[in-house]
Structure formats: C-alpha cells, structure tokens
Design a protein around this ligand. Structure first.
Ligand SMILES: NC(=O)c1ccc[n+]([C@@H]2O[C@H](COP(=O)([O-])OP(=O)(O)OC[C@H]3O[C@@H](n4cnc5c(N)ncnc54)[C@H](OP(=O)(O)O)[C@@H]3O)[C@@H](O)[C@H]2O)c1
Length: 264
C-alpha cells in the first residue's frame, strides 16, 4: 500500500461532494491537500476542516474551464507548494438535457471543463512529475464513461473521452514511475444533479432520485483513496447500478432495452 502521509495532493472540485470528502480523508491520512474550485467560501470551509487533521493545506479559487490561464496558474501553485505528488482530476459538471434541445455551446462548455481542462492540467503537471521521478494522476470519470445514458449526451461523451485519453496515457507512461488511475463512480449522493447544465444554460437545481439514493460521498472517497494507495488502474465505485457495465458488455440487447427506460 502506498503511504500518502506528507504527500501533496492536488484536488480539483474540492469545494463540494466527492472532492470535499477526498480532501478531508487525505488530510486525515496526513497528506497535504491543495484545494481547487471556484467557490472561495466553500473552499475556505474545507481548508479549515482539513487543517484540523493535517499541518498544511492550500486553497486556490479558480475556474478550470479558463484553460488558457492554466499554464501560469500551475506554475504559481507549484512555486508555492513546492511539489505535487498526486493530482486528482475531480471537478466536473453533469447535464440534464436532450441532445436535440442542447445548443452546441453547452456541449462545448461540458467538454471544456470535463475533458480539456483535465488533460490540460495533467499535461502541465506531467513534466513536473517526470522530473521528480514519481507521481500519480487520478481522474474521476463515471459509469457514463463506460456506456451512454439519456439526458447526458455531452457528459457521457466527455467521460468516454477521459477513459480513452488516460488509458492511452497510462500505456505511454508504463516505463516511468508515474501511475494513472481511472475512477468510474455510479450514483453518489452529492449535489451533482442540482449543478447539472440544462438546455437553456441554467443549473437543473433538482436532486435526482439516483443521487438521493446513491453511495454516500465519504464512502466513495474511501474507496478512491484505497485505489490510489493500491495503484489500481481502473475502478468502479457505486451500488447495484454498476451491474449495468457488465450487462452492457455481456448482454447488449438487454442493456439497450434497460437504458431507454432511464429518465433521470
Ligand atoms: N455524484 C455522482 O453520482 C457522480 C457519478 C459519477 C461521476 N461523478 C463525477 O465526480 C466528480 C465530482 O462530482 P460531485 O458528484 O462531487 O459533484 P459536485 O458536488 O457538483 O462537485 C463538483 C465540483 O466541481 C467543481 N467545479 C465545477 N465547475 C468548476 C469549474 N468551472 N472550475 C473549477 N471547479 C469547478 C465544483 O466547485 P465550484 O462550484 O466551487 O467551482 C465542485 O467542487 C465529477 O467529475 C462528476 O462527473 C459523480
């Protein structure tokens, strides 16, 4: 098991949900979290909680979809923290709109945050990790990165793109000491559906049944941290909904009947 005590862990989307729980758990294990998200007040609360358990914690309010600003931002964070041992790409936004109603600008905005900002950040930190001869890039994908899902065409596309990108990157890095872990949660009890993008550009603002009955976010975080410590390549985290991944693979006709019935 990898010891994460004293490791500097960059966590995006650390102001709520899975990212917040990851930050607190990492702090409880003696790691030093670097918290990134847009909401300054929420980040400050998470930072205060982390500092109850660990000696160092940094926070940087940042809109990650401003990809052009990331090179300067990454340099500043590295200068101030000294080093990054683990990057957890967790920030993301879901979708609640049918493809036919979704303006292309919304598809682009989901791809910009969920895919381009993630690969931009990973590529900016990669030379730093290679220089240090170690590092771990962890990306929170989704079961919608394993199969398509109604009302989430761009979201599912962004998560499929992450799957392809990081699987390929892992192969490229196989001769180095840089690890790549892909995490695919099913339904996790967070506010993700409230924040999901609708066709008119606003947030969906409703708690879906799926999330309401989902795995608690702190349990999800525990499984993710265990996977990081064990250098796992690709994990599923959730409840019975994970069966859909296997049904899709082994019983595709049944999968196609089931998936058409999903409506939230
Ligand atoms: N919950 C689930 O059922 C589920 C299932 C599968 C996968 N996932 C994935 O898990 C990850 C975390 O989601 P969650 O469930 O914890 O949802 P959440 O509670 O909505 O958290 C999303 C996080 O991303 C941050 N974020 C959003 N837009 C951002 C931007 N432009 N720049 C920087 N940070 C931004 C948010 O912070 P600010 O608003 O402060 O910026 C927040 O901290 C996502 O990648 C999601 O796709 C979740």
């Amino acid at each position: 098991m990898k010891d994460i005590k004293n490791k500097i862990v960059w966590i995006t989307g650390a102001s709520s949900g899975i990212g917040e729980e990851l930050a607190i758990l990492m702090a409880q294990k003696g790691a030093f979290p670097v918290l990134i998200a847009r909401n300054k007040e929420k980040l400050q609360n998470v930072k205060d909680t982390c500092l109850q358990f660990t000696q160092k914690c940094w926070m940087y309010p940042m809109d990650l979809s401003r990809v052009d600003e990331l090179p300067d931002f990454v340099q500043k964070v590295i200068n101030e923290t000294g080093s990054i041992d683990i990057l957890i790409n967790n920030a993301g936004r879901s979708q609640r709109s049918l493809a036919i109603d979704t303006p292309l600008a919304n598809d682009r905005s989901i791809m910009e945050l969920n895919f381009f900002s993630v690969i931009a950040l990973s590529k900016l930190l990669l030379p730093h990790m290679i220089n240090n001869c170690h590092g771990h890039i962890v990306t929170i994908s989704s079961i919608t990165g394993k199969f398509g899902f109604p009302w989430r065409t761009a979201y599912a596309a962004s998560k499929h793109a992450l799957q392809g990108y990081f699987e390929s990157l892992r192969a490229e890095l196989s001769q180095t000491n840089i690890k790549v872990t892909l995490v695919s949660p099913g339904r996790v009890k967070t506010n993700i559906s409230l924040h999901a993008l609708t066709e008119n550009g606003t947030s969906y603002n409703q708690m879906d049944k799926g999330q309401q009955n989902g795995l608690p976010a702190n349990v999800c975080a525990k499984r993710i941290v265990r996977a990081i410590q064990k250098n796992k390549k690709d994990i599923l985290v959730g409840k019975s909904e994970l069966l859909m991944v296997y049904i899709r693979k082994f019983l595709p006709a049944l999968f196609h009947r089931m998936v058409t019935k999903i409506n939230n």
